[in-house]
Design a protein around this ligand. Sequence first.
Ligand code: NAP
Length: 459
Amino acid sequence: MDMNLIIQIVYFIGAFLFILGLKQMGSPITARRGIVWAGIGMVMATLITYFHHDVNQNYLWITLAIAIGGVIAYVSGKKVAMTDMPQMIALYNGMGGGAAAAIAAVELIKLEPMSFVMQSLAVLGALIGTVAFSGSLVAFAKLQGLMRGVIRFPMQQWVNALVFVVVVTIGLAIILSGNEYALTTLTVFFVLALIFGVMMTVPIGGADMPVVISLYNALTGLAVGFEGYVLGNPAMMIAGIVVGSAGTLLTQLMAKAMNRPISNVLFSNFGDGGGGEAAAASGSMKEIDSTDVAVMMAFAEKVVIIPGYGMAVAQAQHKVWEMTKQLQERGVTVKFAIHPVAGRMPGHMNVLLAEAGVPYDIIYDLDEINDEFPTTDVVLVIGANDVVNPAARTDPNSPIYGMPILNADYAKNVIVVKRGKGTGFSGIENHLFFADNTRMLYGDGQAVANDLVTSLKEL
Ligand code: NAP
């Protein structure tokens, strides 16, 4: 059989595996398998590319690049903590965007005649990939704590808009000039695109970084898809489209779960004191100790546990599951309620609970469980804050007003586990903590869960 045909068939199977893998990632039960399938697809597509006629003589370089990248990815993937996953994803995304931009650069530097469509896609992919590359690196630096705070100056959005217009104009000039453009023009185009990615990301607060990362993920997919077209590589095209559309949907989902349009995420200075005058909470925070909480839960009919970012930081999921099993043994119905943006990325809580062995059938999404709170005896909020703040429902001046929340405040009793009186991610006061039916159980999530396990044993 003709080698080219074999290559195309393998690419096709690879692309099929990407789609199958993505489908399986839709449920936590099959997600692990999905990642393996998509990985096999990627290995197949990479290996068969060795036989492509364009690769000739470059085997050593390719193998070296794959080996270096592979080792770095393997070691960092093994070492990364769940709480650091968002920045890891930012870095991987950035690399994808950078790779797509590099492919475009190689094609454009050749100054060979290309069809109008192909040249347009090469330039567009170069622009999007480069912006996603530098923007993702800034997002990584912010989440990793290498870069603190935000950089803002007067007329910033106008300056950014100007840089964008200039870079798009140069891109158009390159497209329209056929292969008559100067390499200096191409260099200026790439440098400005890099600068634009940085400028667009530096004013955005750390609070919105996960959404920005998801947006760059979508852009990276688009860039890879475009460059796949330029290279005539269907596996790249399909992989790019799949990543692009999944990233777009995820970005929309996050924005919707926070009830904020993407434009608000990109241009609003959210979470840095820029909101309106939110109503002050009335009442006081009332403390409780772990023994009393253990008694309350042991004699309850139904307990709902709401985990948040703090549970991830404290790595409390294993102890929480141990406590859950003790309650179940006493005949208490225990359910977990997961808000779509609890933690720092979608699915964050589900992954942690799955890791601890919590069965999927006691884990509920916001829509599935929100009506159950009035009939719940005890809600245990562990390390969650914004996602249970009733101000989102009741205070039109609150920066999170309109964000769907878990209606924990409707339960008969609410216990909130946190270390101190600090605010959550959005930096605003939580009215739930001051409610009559709420008691505060202060301490590190894991230590508190451990105390609850001990107290339950002693009952
Ligand atoms: P959160 O609002 O960030 O609150 C975390 C809580 O955990 C805080 O009250 C903190 O209080 C507590 N905490 C921290 N470390 C702890 C520890 N070791 N032990 C016990 N408690 C600890 O978290 P969330 O309720 O999960 O809300 C998620 C936030 O992230 C939302 O604002 C959401 O919009 C935002 N966000 C999420 C995503 C996503 O995709 N998931 C994307 C973008 C933005 P103390 O400091 O007093 O302990």
